[in-house]
Design a binder for this molecule. Structure first.
Ligand code: ARG
Ligand code: GLU
Length: 722
């Protein structure tokens, strides 16, 4: 028994170590394909990405530049998260037709709602252009010269690479400047809202359950891509027709079981998996605590008013959620970095690399990398911290300062590009702000300002502060700003921004709110940014060389994947529970019972629609249940990050089984360090999505256009996509 267990532990170590990584879809053949097949995949790498034939990638557009979506019918029906479609759902909502509260379902194509500005971008082709981008780069060049030359080369390659007239070329770097890839993309611009569950399903559990497992959220919404009559991208027009995809995902009715293979295909935003230990220590000890402390203060104020005033609750729901989202993530991340001993593990990896450098006689080339990291990161720390305070205070959490900062940038546009650019951008800003001011509460913002400016003056070292912040009376400043600045209401803001550039700039300079942001920004750009950017440029150079060393000196089977950079990636793993603490084990699948268990009637986060309760009581699940129970969410070892929201979870055969929307609390440090024992992504079970559309909403019209399959039951082959 003991021996068996020992053997099991031994075997499970390398097996676990195989997990994690976000891979480039055009480069899966070889190691990734073998791993995926070992995990149970029945497709080939070419079924996932193929230049000449339809493949999975043709069903997966980037949704509005930030989320992922997937085509699930031959008529361009698009599935993404509820939180990805949130602002579109909100923008169509009124007090009488509150789609956020009640949901929205188009029962015919005529009822689908256009969303100007929303996009869906497909990847047509991926090509390695490293040699072209590196042409003319020599070791003797300074980092700044290298950077400039690379930018010129990127512009030339984007200009000259073959594409159709309606397509676009984008070059992105991988492995910190060791590899460059060209993406030919196609962006569709007529994206209509088709369906959304009420928030009590789509956002069930809200902030309390955010980043948490066990989870019970139906985080999905439906859109449709429209194209011109040649099936090409076009601006919104009544004459547009539903898009015919090169490929769409069939949906599996068979669900998942523990250990099933899953593949998550999407557009992860940013990760930093190869930071040296010194940088991770700064995240844990300096940067995350500062970010969290600033947001603690902003959230405390907003929460207080939201609880007291239903109007403010509506106005601040979305803003509060977005501030709280990363505030909570950073807390989980810090805990996870500590618990997984990320710093210790990085240090071990660094010693191993140093030994390898010495063994291979590469001291000349790589011997200084780690000591230099130490030097530059240590020098950068106070600047990075001051930068964080500036960004969080002036650009993110105080609304008045954020708006005034945009005016500050506008003044720079005038100085650099003249009157016409100024006017275009001003008009655009005035337009955009009208919807933001609808959700603005002066008294909430005033109190956030007061708290955050006091904190700023206290925490930012004197050498980085604007002179006006030294020995200042915050209370008097707050009174003056919120009593006299034009930024406190849309009308006075509009008046302030009215006239030619000279007039607007004169008026801005006399505005007390503008003066605060100008002082902060001037001080930042004079005392913090130049040094920060100089050190950052050196650090980027080191990161590139460090990555080169890792690629060159690591064992052949080391799985070195490129950091996320908002490009299309494949991550894969299996459905698996985890143990978050001693004696606790979390199962990988939740069910509708769990929704009912969490139900708090009338609650802001945990209310449940009566219709869903009725369906639960009647066990009216149609063909979507498994053994009489309705699955809701499941987790797996897929390595995901922000941007993977809305990504399809795909089964061994290429069918949709789930919809990615979050990660578990104990594993959110995976942006820096993926721990196979703790890092899990959270997905909505595709059957729950179908159940809500069919049984809850009665939108059979949508179910009918989908292709529902049984890959596990019956003849697997006939169901396998070809
Ligand atoms: N944590 C998920 C993601 O990063 C979901 C966020 C939306 N949900 C929420 N309750 N704020 O984006
Ligand atoms: N909810 C996240 C998003 O918007 C995905 C969760 C994560 O960060 O893993 O992309």
């Amino acid at each position: 028994m003991k021996l068996l267990r020992l053997l099991f532990i031994f075997l499970s170590v390398p097996l676990f170590a195989q997990q994690g990584g976000m891979w480039i879809p055009s480069l899966l053949e070889g190691m990734n394909e073998t791993e995926m097949k070992n995990l149970g995949m029945k497709m080939s790498a070419k079924d996932i990405y193929d230049v000449n034939n339809a493949s999975l990638k043709d069903a997966i557009p980037h949704f509005n530049g930030g989320c992922t979506s997937e085509v699930i019918s031959d008529q361009g029906l698009l599935l993404t998260n509820h939180h990805c479609g949130y602002s579109q759902i909100q923008s169509h909502s009124t007090l009488e037709n509150d789609y956020l509260a009640d949901g929205f379902w188009a029962m015919s194509k005529k009822e689908e709602l256009p969303n100007p500005g929303v996009t869906a971008t497909f990847i047509v082709r991926i090509e390695d252009v490293t040699t072209k981008i590196m042409a003319g780069i020599t070791d003797a060049m300074s980092e700044a010269d290298k950077k400039a030359k690379i930018e010129t080369n990127i512009a030339a390659v984007s200009q000259s690479s073959v594409k159709e007239a309606w397509q676009e070329n984008r070059v992105r770097t991988f492995y910190e400047g060791n590899q460059y890839m060209l993406f030919v993309v196609e962006t569709y611009k007529d994206i209509r809202l088709v369906g959304a569950p009420p928030s009590s399903i789509g956002k069930f559990g809200s902030d309390s359950d955010n980043w948490i497992w066990p989870r019970h959220t139906g985080d999905f919404s439906l859109f449709r891509i429209y194209a011109d009559k040649n099936n090409r991208p076009a601006e919104y027009s009544e004459d547009n027709v539903p898009y015919t995809p090169k490929h769409f995902l069939p949906i599996s009715l068979d669900g998942v079981a523990e250990n099933d293979f899953t593949l998550v295909f999407g557009f992860p935003g940013t990760t930093d998996e190869y930071l040296p230990a010194v940088a991770i220590e700064q995240v844990i000890n300096t940067l995350n605590p500062a970010r969290i402390a600033i947001r603690d203060k902003a959230l405390a104020v907003q929460d207080k008013y939201m609880r007291a005033d239903p109007q403010i609750k509506i106005q601040y729901a979305s803003k509060f959620a977005s501030i709280a989202n990363y505030w909570k993530k950073w807390r989980g991340e810090t805990l996870g970095l500590k618990k997984s001993n990320a710093v210790g593990i990085k240090k071990q990896q660094e010693s191993a690399l140093t030994a390898q450098i010495n063994k291979k006689g590469k001291q000349q080339e790589y011997g200084q990398l780690l000591p230099q990291f130490e030097t530059y990161y240590t020098q950068r720390e106070p600047y990075a911290l001051a930068r964080e305070y500036f960004l969080e205070t002036a650009l993110r959490n105080v609304e008045l300062l954020r708006t005034a900062y945009q005016a500050y940038q506008l003044v720079q546009v005038y100085e650099n590009r003249g009157e016409q650019s100024f006017e275009d951008r001003r008009d655009n800003m005035v337009d955009r702000m009208s919807s933001q001011y609808k959700n603005y509460s002066k008294k909430v913002d005033e109190e956030v300002f007061d708290a955050l400016i006091a904190f700023y003056a206290e925490k930012v070292p004197a050498q980085f502060l604007p002179d006006s912040f030294k020995d200042m009376n915050v209370e008097a400043l707050t009174k003056n700003v919120y009593g006299n600045s034009a930024f406190v209401s849309y009308n006075s803001f509009k008046t302030l921004m009215d006239g030619d550039a000279e007039t607007v700039i004169t008026n801005l300079k006399n505005d007390p709110g503008y003066q605060v942001v100008k002082d902060m920004a001037d001080a930042y750009f004079e005392k913090v940014a130049p040094k920060y950017e100089e050190l950052q440029l050196n650090i980027s150079g080191l990161e590139r060389d460090y990555m080169k060393a890792l690629l060159e000196l690591s064992p052949k089977d080391a799985r070195i994947f490129p950091n996320a950079n908002s490009t299309l990636r494949v991550t894969y793993g299996k459905v698996a529970g985890y143990s978050p603490a001693d004696a606790v084990y979390y199962e990988p699948v939740t069910h509708l019972e769990g929704v009912i268990q969490k139900y708090v009637p009338g609650d802001y986060e945990f209310d449940v629609p009566q219709k869903l309760i009725d369906l639960y009581n009647a066990k009216d699940y149609g063909e979507y249940a498994e053994d009489g129970r309705m699955p809701v969410n499941f987790i797996g070892t897929n390595h995901t990050t922000g941007g993977n929201s809305g990504s399809p979870a795909i089964d061994a055969y290429g069918n949709l089984v789930g919809l990615n929307f979050d990660r578990v609390w104990e594993g959110t440090m995976s942006d820096y360090y993926y721990d196979p024992a703790l890092s899990r992504n959270i997905m909505v079970d595709a059957r729950y999505v179908l159940f809500i559309i069919d049984k809850y909403a009665g939108a059979k019209n949508l179910i009918e256009e989908m292709k529902l399959v049984h890959p596990k039951k019956g003849n697997k082959k006939s169901k396998k996509k070809k």
